[in-house]
Ligand binder design. Structure first.
Ligand SMILES: NC(=O)c1ccc[n+]([C@@H]2O[C@H](COP(=O)([O-])OP(=O)(O)OC[C@H]3O[C@@H](n4cnc5c(N)ncnc54)[C@H](O)[C@@H]3O)[C@@H](O)[C@H]2O)c1
Ligand SMILES: O=C(O)[C@H](O)[C@H](O)COP(=O)(O)O
Length: 373
């Protein structure tokens, strides 16, 4: 069996070598010729799997994307050609939720505005939105939730309509898929009118897909003097982003919100599990076989913690500011993609084991930290 995998997908050899020969490809440069005699294609979000790419794919029987977003995949085409397909829902939900928590604490410190007392509006209550709302509730932070689809399905009672959420929230964070048309379209869901209607001092976070916010409209609103804190991990037209926007963005990153080591590795593992399933092979490998021991593993919390103390713990594991600013210095050539490719190792909160007498241990556990036995 010949397996073709994106070069930015970790652990493919470890998980898939038993199935056959593994070859790597550059996600943005994959050509139709490279798919001749390939059985399995493993992609990330930067490869458009469409008619053109599959024109010469004579043996392809399985396509997997190690992402939740599937806007780069023509799933109808795969169905029509009887090619099995899987994505990796939830693989990076913890990572994105931790990116948002890290951003919120960083802004709260820099703006001298405690998080408790603010209202956080979450748009999209799937894997990420749900994980984030649980973490915020553990911190006693008020949330407003918007997901009309889940609401219609009877899965979210507390749904608030988008415009109401925008009017009432101090922070609005987007966790929706890119949907280009229809009743629940998310393309340019934040258009100029909605951007202009935001209250002064609102924080706007986008770690979903760049096209959810009209970037040109955002630039115009910011140039006209809007008082907003903008946190962008995703951009329209990546990697050729609207660079003029950068000076108006408080924390800018290169579509890495989901890129913890655990998040990326879980994505590979989910594709491995699906292929095992399809081939009737027993699942014999797991993440614990491969994840390295992190640099910092333990901390003792001895007393009741202030919000600042919890922020310090969060930032010990991941401070979003480490990823901000690098982009400005690497805009030339393949800067955006090369920053993604060479993204420094980032671990999840769960890699830090806490011990001690603090009454907040249970809340810290809900936030994602591990508790030492
Ligand atoms: N920046 C990153 O690194 C990164 C990482 C993971 C995911 N993402 C993006 O985030 C998105 C969400 O991820 P997820 O794992 O939570 O996906 P998910 O599919 O579990 O959840 C998406 C939720 O959005 C809801 N939704 C759809 N249309 C909506 C609308 N118009 N208004 C409000 N809610 C709507 C859906 O009902 C669903 O509950 C992905 O589709 C992907 O594009 C980005
Ligand atoms: O949809 C997703 O899961 C994310 O956007 C993904 O984590 C980031 O994209 P990728 O690294 O696959 O290019």
């Amino acid at each position: 069996m010949k397996i073709l995998a994106d070069q930015n997908m970790p652990l493919v050899e470890q998980y898939f070598a038993d199935f056959g020969e593994v070859e790597r490809f550059d996600g943005r440069k994959l050509t139709p010729e490279q798919l001749i005699n390939v059985d399995v294609l493993l992609t990330r979000s930067v490869t458009n799997v469409n008619h053109e790419l599959l024109a010469q794919a004579n043996k392809l029987s399985f396509v997997g994307t190690a992402t939740i977003g599937i806007d780069h995949i023509d799933t109808q085409l795969l169905h029509d050609r009887n090619i099995a397909f899987t994505s990796a829902p939830g693989c990076n939900a913890v990572a994105v939720a931790e990116y948002v928590i890290s951003s919120l604490f960083a802004l709260s410190q820099e703006n001298a505005r405690p998080l408790c007392g603010q209202t956080i509006g979450i748009v999209g209550m799937g894997n990420i939105g749900t994980c984030l709302s649980q973490k915020l509730k553990a911190l006693n932070v008020d949330v407003l939730l918007c997901d009309p689809i889940k609401h219609e399905q009877g899965l979210l009672q507390e749904h608030v309509a988008l415009d109401e959420l925008l009017a009432q929230s101090d922070v609005v964070t987007f966790h929706v898929p890119l949907i280009k048309s229809g009743e629940h379209k998310t393309l340019h869901m934040m258009n100029k009118e909605r951007l202009k209607a935001l209250k002064p001092e609102t924080t706007l976070i986008n770690a979903s897909r760049g096209d959810v916010i009209d970037n040109q409209a955002l630039l115009e609103v910011m140039e006209a003097g809007a008082d907003l804190d903008i946190v962008l991990d995703v951009w329209e037209k990546e990697p050729n982003i609207l660079t003029e926007l950068l000076e108006h963005v408080r924390y800018a990153s290169v579509h890495i919100a989901g890129h913890t080591l655990e998040g990326k590795a879980r994505g590979t593992q989910m594709l491995y599990q699906k292929l095992c399933d399809l081939k009737g092979v027993e699942v014999s490998k797991s993440l614990d076989d491969f994840l390295p021991i992190p640099a910092i593993t333990n901390a003792t919390v001895t007393q009741s913690l202030s919000e600042q103390d919890i922020a310090r713990l969060v930032h010990l594991i991941y401070d979003v500011r480490r990823d901000d600013g690098i982009l400005l210095r690497h805009l030339e050539g393949e800067g955006f993609d090369s920053l993604r490719k060479n993204y420094p190792v980032r671990r999840e909160f769960s890699t830090l084991f806490l011990q001690g007498d603090s009454p907040q241990l249970a809340a810290l556990s809900q936030l994602g930290f591990s508790i030492a036995k």
